[in-house]
Ligand binder design. Structure first.
Ligand code: ATP
Ligand code: MG
Length: 467
């Protein structure tokens, strides 16, 4: 394959055919020719409106299914097969078989990258001689040789073109819920695409100088944008902290008021405490209850202050490298009893060598908050297995930790407010957990967000990768 040519259509748009043409990637040392390949991919969006639309086109009554079931159906339909002589080579095309490793990439850039649960279709390859790809026995797929690696890298180089077009359409159509912030747009503009394109028409002898000048300017713009970006984050954090303070005052007062009442009562009638009279007897009878009120309130205030630790600004020592698995063990040692008493299973599978960089206590607090939430909401469900699943991926700079649970789904209408201090659907919740957890992540140059297109409730923690 020396180049790729294909068409791309957007069903939610006007369906017109857009041509995609690409030169093939240079073949790398560990790759060999994979022969001609034919590919057909269907991409689907997973937000409510799109799913409803898609099911409508399939003539399925969406209102009877509901979004969660519909998404499960979509996931079951997903998967990219490899076909040879019209036969599917297994396990390619099985829904959970993510042979292009798409989920890991999507987690890192969810608004743009396509996940394996958003793609279905097939790749047709030629016979062994032409393609160089050799089938292993008993559903083990293709030998991982140079040709197979070539096939994967060719598809991986095609996908971003689809992703970009889809992203652009979604932006224009106002579908991507979070429009790029001004900084993102400006960053895109700073690549000076038009200028660079126009340059191609200028005689070569002048070009090099111009390119250098433009690159210099673009770099300056990018440095400035980094600063704007950082400043914007600071402002966002201030706003978030302001709300946290308001909430803490509110919660603190709620706890303090009954304590003050108790103290006043205890103080006012103290003189009767040891008297052999009705009022003395009453005082002694009420004494344990008043003390209980004080203890309960004091404990709650203590807990409230402890929760604020990650955002107190009081940094304990320097940021350091620490093992992710240690943070998980810390969390589980605290939560194990609660998890067991609610019959919640917890699954995870990641190399114990993965390290994070920052404050271990902060990540620990984030884990605690998210797992506490998951535990609470799982315990409200019945007739099903209760499961928390932790999945980890990394790239050069970051660790991405997805904490998922199969409890009740979070209504779309609330999704944008989850991280606001004070937002809570829990009867005795303060609504501080997620707000603090996100600030704790950001203080370590990480972040926290909800994975809006996952089937289960899933929060993704981003944290600097350690060494
Ligand atoms: N795993 C989850 N499943 C369903 N809803 C959740 C989950 N995690 C958070 N939420 C929703 O987000 C809201 C805010 O969560 P947050 O942790 O900030 O506060 P809270 O849990 O309500 O109160 P607190 O953390 O003080 O106990 C919750 O009330 C709930 O509506
Ligand atoms: Mg909480």
């Amino acid at each position: 394959m020396d180049h790729f040519k294909g068409v791309f259509q957007i069903q939610r748009g006007d369906n017109s055919e857009q041509i995609i043409e690409l030169p093939a990637l240079a073949i790398s040392d560990d790759e060999s020719n994979c022969g001609p390949v034919k590919i057909r991919l269907n991409v689907f969006d997973r937000e409510v409106e799109a799913v409803e639309n898609l099911f409508g086109r399939m003539r399925i009554d969406f209102s009877k299914i509901g979004i969660r079931k519909a998404r499960i159906i979509l996931t079951e339909m997903s998967g990219i097969s490899i076909l040879r002589n019209n036969f599917r080579i297994r396990p390619y095309g099985d829904p959970s078989y993510d042979w292009l490793n798409l989920q890991a990439k999507r987690v890192q850039d969810p608004s743009k990258r396509l996940g394996s649960d958003q793609l279905s279709g097939y790749v047709e390859i030629e016979d062994e001689l032409t393609s160089g790809m050799i089938e292993r026995s008993s559903r083990e797929g293709l030998e991982s040789n140079g040709s197979y690696r070539r096939l994967k890298s060719l598809i991986s180089s095609l996908l971003p073109h689809i992703e970009e077009r889809r992203h652009e359409f979604r932006e224009k159509a106002g579908i991507s819920r979070k429009p790029a912030t001004n900084v993102d747009k400006a960053r895109d503009a700073s690549k000076l695409k038009q200028v660079t394109k126009a340059l191609e028409k200028i005689p070569e002898e002048y070009r090099a100088k111009l390119v250098t000048a433009i690159e210099k300017d673009a770099t300056t713009i990018n440095v400035m944008l980094d600063e704007v970006d950082a400043y914007q984050k600071v402002l966002q954090s201030r706003a978030a902290l302001g709300l946290v303070v308001a909430e803490v005052i509110h919660e603190g007062r709620r706890r303090l008021d009954p304590m003050l009442t108790s103290i006043k009562t205890l103080k006012a009638d103290y003189k009767y405490a040891f008297e052999e009279s009705k009022i003395g007897q009453l005082y002694r009878d009420n004494f344990p209850a008043e003390i209980d009120t004080l203890l309960t309130g004091g404990t709650a205030l203590g807990r409230l202050f402890k929760r604020l630790d990650p955002i107190s600004g009081r940094r304990r020592g320097r940021p350091a490298n620490f093992k992710l698995s240690d943070v998980l063990s810390d969390t589980l040692s605290i939560m194990r009893h609660t998890l067991e008493s609610h019959s919640i299973a917890i699954q995870y599978n990641f190399p114990s060598t993965i390290k994070c960089y920052g404050y271990r206590e902060d990540l620990h607090a984030v884990f605690l908050n998210i797992i506490e939430n998951a535990t609470h909401w799982l315990s409200t469900t019945d007739d099903q297995e209760r499961l928390i699943y932790i999945g980890v991926t990394t790239n050069k700079a970051k660790v991405y930790i997805a904490i998922e649970n199969n409890g009740p789904e979070i209504d779309e209408a609330y999704q944008s407010r989850l991280f606001d201090a004070g937002f809570s659907l829990k009867s005795d919740g303060t609504g501080l957990g997620l707000a603090i957890a996100r600030e704790a992540c950001r203080a370590s140059k990480g972040d926290l967000r909800l994975d809006e297109s996952a089937i289960n409730t899933s929060f993704i923690i981003e944290f600097p990768l350690g060494k």
